[in-house]
Design a binder for this molecule. Structure first.
Ligand SMILES: [Zn+2]
Length: 176
C-alpha cells in the first residue's frame, strides 16, 4: 500500500458525501439509488458540488467510501468520472474497490472504461476478473464472444459462473 496516493481525511468519524442522502441528509444504504427515507432519486440531483465531492471521495482511503463513490459516479456519470475511476483503479490494491470501479466504468463508458475492462479481464483476483468478463459478455458482438470464450476457459469456477450471470434486480434499477 506504500505507493498508493489517497486523499487526506482529517476526521475519519465525520460523515462523507457518500454517507448521506443529498436531500434529507439521512444515512444512505450502500448502493441505494432511491432514498428509502424521502424517496429522492439520487440520479435526479443536478450536477455540481455533489459530483465534485464524489470525484474526491473516490480517493479516500476507506474501501467502503471508495466503493460507494465509484457506485455513485457510475450512476450519475459526471464529467471527469472516467478519468477518476481509471486513476483510482490503478492506485488501489483492493480488489473489491476495483470490482466496483469496473461496474461503474462500464456504466460511464468511454476510452477509460475500455482500458479498465481490458486490464480487469485478466486480473489476478477472481472478483475483478469475473465482473469484467461478465460486463464484456453482455456487450455482445465480437467483444462479447471473446469474453465468453475466455470465461469458459478460466481456471476459476467462480469466474466461469460469474461471467454468465444475468443482471440482478438492483443492477436493472441502477441502469434504468
Ligand atoms: Zn432522502
Amino acid at each position: 500500500m506504500g505507493a498508493v496516493r489517497v486523499a487526506e481525511r482529517p476526521d475519519a468519524a465525520a460523515p462523507v458525501v457518500t454517507d448521506l442522502c443529498p436531500r434529507c441528509q439521512t444515512t444512505r444504504r450502500p448502493r441505494e439509488v432511491i432514498c428509502a427515507f424521502c424517496g429522492f432519486d439520487i440520479r435526479s440531483l443536478p450536477s455540481g458540488r455533489f459530483d465534485d465531492q464524489l470525484l474526491g471521495a473516490i480517493f479516500l482511503p476507506e474501501p467502503e467510501v471508495a466503493e460507494e463513490a465509484a457506485f455513485l459516479l457510475g450512476i450519475r456519470r459526471p464529467p471527469g468520472a472516467g478519468r477518476a475511476l481509471e486513476r483510482r483503479y490503478h492506485e488501489t490494491g483492493n480488489p473489491f474497490v476495483q470490482r466496483e470501479i469496473v461496474i461503474a466504468a462500464d456504466r460511464v463508458g468511454g476510452p477509460e472504461a475500455d482500458r479498465i475492462l481490458a486490464d480487469a479481464r485478466t486480473h489476478y483476483s477472481v472478483v475483478v476478473r469475473g465482473e469484467a468478463l461478465r460486463r464484456l459478455v453482455r456487450r455482445g458482438g465480437e467483444v462479447g464472444d471473446e469474453a465468453a470464450a475466455a470465461a469458459r476457459a478460466d481456471p476459476s469456477p467462480h469466474v466461469r459462473l460469474m461471467a454468465f450471470r444475468p443482471p440482478t434486480r438492483s443492477e436493472l434499477l441502477a441502469s434504468g
